[in-house]
Structure formats: C-alpha cells, structure tokens
Write a protein that binds this ligand. Structure first.
Ligand code: 4NP
Length: 151
C-alpha cells in the first residue's frame, strides 16, 4: 500500500480536490489517499461548496470528505506528503522530527515543474474561475503522480 497525504491550509479548498482527483486515478487496493490542513479553522467541515461544485463538474464526488488538521503522527502514517503551497510546506516541515520525515514532504507543483517551487494559488477569497484553475493544475500534478507511482 502506498500512502499519500495532500495538505493545504484549511483542508476545504485545494487538498480535498487533490485527494479526490488522485483517488480517481489510482487503484483503491494499492493506494490510501487522504488530506489535511495545517490550520484547524475548519475541522469537521465538508469541502467548500465551490470545490464540491468544480469536482462535480469534472465527474468527482468530494462532498463526503471532512476537514482535519495535519499532525506529527501523519509523518508515520504516510509515505508521501504533498504541500499545495510554500507556506504549507514550511508549516509541515516545522513539525518534522528528523530527516526521514523531511524527505516525505514535497511541493505538489514540483511534479509538473521540478525545482521551481511554485504554489497552487489559494482560491478561498477569489472567484469561481480560481477553482477551475486550481482543478486543472491539480489534475495535471495528480496525473503525473499516478503515472510515476503506478509503475
Ligand atoms: P485551502 O483554502 O487551504 O485550500 O483549504 C483556505 C480555506 C480557508 C482559509 C484559507 C484558505 N481560511 O482562512 O479560513
């Protein structure tokens, strides 16, 4: 089993989409995929209605997800931890205990453009077009992750 965690700030906009998209591209038997937020603002809440809508438009259901906060224990529970932006990356690394923890953490857009350290823009305060843009970025990044790890 390969275990992958998607992480953003609130776990209601970007990482729930990343979780849903990657789940749609890999087998349930070989992959466990989850998401979390570095902040606890929305613990227990479903994804933002705009994320639910853009996922639905692309044929995915993410409305059953519930926000939770990233914890140190996640370093033990996951093989790969993908941060949506550089701020999330810093927050995750601040909780790491050793080099082994650090090695698991990557910026998701570096799967598309290696070493460029680009961030998935936070769509929370933007318009609906922001969510479609985020969807497209995450779809490409997740396709690359799936292609890489399926082999
Ligand atoms: P996310 O977006 O990190 O993609 O889930 C956000 C959601 C909520 C907030 C910020 C970003 N917030 O400040 O409440």
């Amino acid at each position: 089993m390969t275990r992958i965690l998607m992480v953003c700030l609130g776990n209601i906009c970007r990482s729930p989409l990343a979780e849903g998209i990657l789940k749609s591209k890999v087998s349930k038997d070989s992959f466990f995929i989850d998401s979390a937020g570095t902040a606890g603002y929305h613990i227990g809440n479903p994804p933002d209605i705009r994320s639910i809508a853009v996922a639905k438009k692309h044929g995915l259901t993410i409305s059953n997800q519930k926000s939770r906060q990233f914890t140190k224990k996640d370093f033990d529970s996951f093989d790969f931890i993908y941060a949506m932006d550089t701020s999330n990356l810093k927050s995750i690394l601040a909780l790491s205990r050793d080099e082994n923890d650090k090695k698991k953490v990557k910026l998701i857009l570096n799967e598309i453009t290696p070493n460029e350290d680009l961030s998935v823009p936070d769509p929370y305060y933007g318009g609906d077009n922001g969510f479609e843009n985020v969807y497209k970025m995450l779809d490409e990044a997740c396709q690359r992750i799936a292609n890489k790890l399926k082999r």
